[in-house]
Design a binder for this molecule. Structure first.
Ligand SMILES: Cc1cc2nc3c(=O)[nH]c(=O)nc-3n(C[C@H](O)[C@H](O)[C@H](O)COP(=O)(O)OP(=O)(O)OC[C@H]3O[C@@H](n4cnc5c(N)ncnc54)[C@H](O)[C@@H]3O)c2cc1C
Length: 323
């Protein structure tokens, strides 16, 4: 057992327990979301001990040098004095400028900033409520458009954060937004390469950003987007994507429905299954997978088995926050 000290209060960290779990057990108000080292919302700083290497995985060198680490990945190797972050260091206040429904349970939220917000289309940010509740959301637009970020937010039954965004956030409200994170974005290179985009539900958000970015960069290879849900009512932006496919000969949009009722023009089946049946050889393709964690995991494996190189497979699993 090691001692964790925060402003003179001491918390015990049991063997096999992470710093995050020990602090949550001690009722410390620390922000967190994925508990897997992806979202970085539990970033804290050690004031004395050098954090274990594994707890700094994926952090910028500048943060590593200053002994920042991810509490969810940290199994302490000695006692540590810890400083919780000053949120203003990592979060910028934005103002909600658009709040409208894209379908029966998906909200389009646009947040504007005073200064330029630098990001790559397809990355995600953490949004934070005043009480510290934090969740990750993918950016759906491209940086060239304005100082604005767009998000597609699906309401989950009983969802704390998505319910708050759907029911309470209004145009004119401010919201705290983290730096952009993640490596699931388009790089303007190998313009003739095939690009496969597969997403479920609001997995369309990062894929829409990546697609817009690729087309804006004049990507000339085939681009296939398979967007899936169970019911027709849970897809969105259908007309817009059909029109985009008409304007760009190399872009193909395949909306997929896995439920019983499948109107004409839609493919029957899960988006990943339809994609694999339509494109059996993915050798030399770039693959982007976003949305339900099971789909992402399964499709990553299948894309590799169908010939895509691991370094060309980019994925964002929309992991739930563990309770
Ligand atoms: C990198 C990343 C990017 C993301 N991008 C988006 C995005 O663009 N749009 C979007 O809508 N969401 C996105 N998410 C998911 C988002 O961060 C939240 O997990 C989601 O909004 C639920 O939060 P909540 O507080 O409303 O639900 P919670 O209160 O945390 O959970 C409520 C209930 O829903 C279940 N649940 C939670 N998350 C999911 C899920 N993803 N699928 C199924 N059940 C779930 C929980 O187990 C629980 O029973 C992303 C997640 C990650 C990690």
């Amino acid at each position: 057992m090691y001692k964790l000290t925060i402003e003179e209060k001491v918390y015990a960290c049991q063997a096999d327990e992470t710093v995050l779990d020990a602090l949550l057990r001690g009722n410390v108000n620390i922000s967190y979301a994925c508990k897997k080292g992806t979202c970085h919302s539990c970033l804290v700083r050690s004031l004395d001990a050098v954090p274990p290497e594994a707890a700094q995985a994926g952090l910028k060198d500048t943060l590593k040098k200053r002994n920042h680490f991810l509490a969810c990945l940290c199994h302490p190797e000695q006692d540590m004095a810890i400083k919780l972050p000053d949120q203003s260091e990592f979060y910028t206040e934005g103002t909600v400028v658009v709040n409208e429904m894209l379908n029966r349970n998906t909200l389009l939220l646009a947040v504007a900033f005073k200064d330029a917000f630098e990001f790559n289309a397809g990355q995600f940010v953490n949004l934070q409520r005043a009480d510290g509740l934090t969740r990750s959301y993918s950016i759906a637009n491209i940086p060239q458009e304005s100082n604005t970020l767009e998000f597609h937010i699906r309401r989950l039954p009983g969802g704390k954060f998505s319910g708050w965004l759907h029911d309470e956030i209004r145009v004119g409200d401010s919201i705290a937004v983290s730096e952009p994170r993640g490596h699931c974005f388009y790089l303007p290179e190998r313009h003739g390469q095939g690009i496969l985009l597969v997403g479920t539900g609001t997995g369309l958000a990062p894929l829409a950003g990546i697609l817009t970015d690729a087309l804006a960069h004049g990507h000339s290879g085939p681009i296939y987007l398979f967007h899936g849900s169970r019911e027709f009512e849970d897809l969105y932006r259908i007309d817009e994507l059909c029109q985009l496919a008409q304007r760009h000969q190399n872009f193909h949009y395949i909306p997929c429905l896995s439920g019983k009722h499948v109107p004409a023009g839609f493919s029957h089946g899960r988006a990943d299954e339809v994609a694999l049946a339509s494109l059996p050889d993915l050798k030399a393709w770039r693959v982007f997978l976003c949305g339900h964690p099971d789909m992402v995991k399964q499709m990553k494996k299948m894309a590799f088995l169908k010939g895509a190189s691991m370094k060309d497979i980019y994925a964002d699993a929309f992991l739930a926050t563990p309770v």
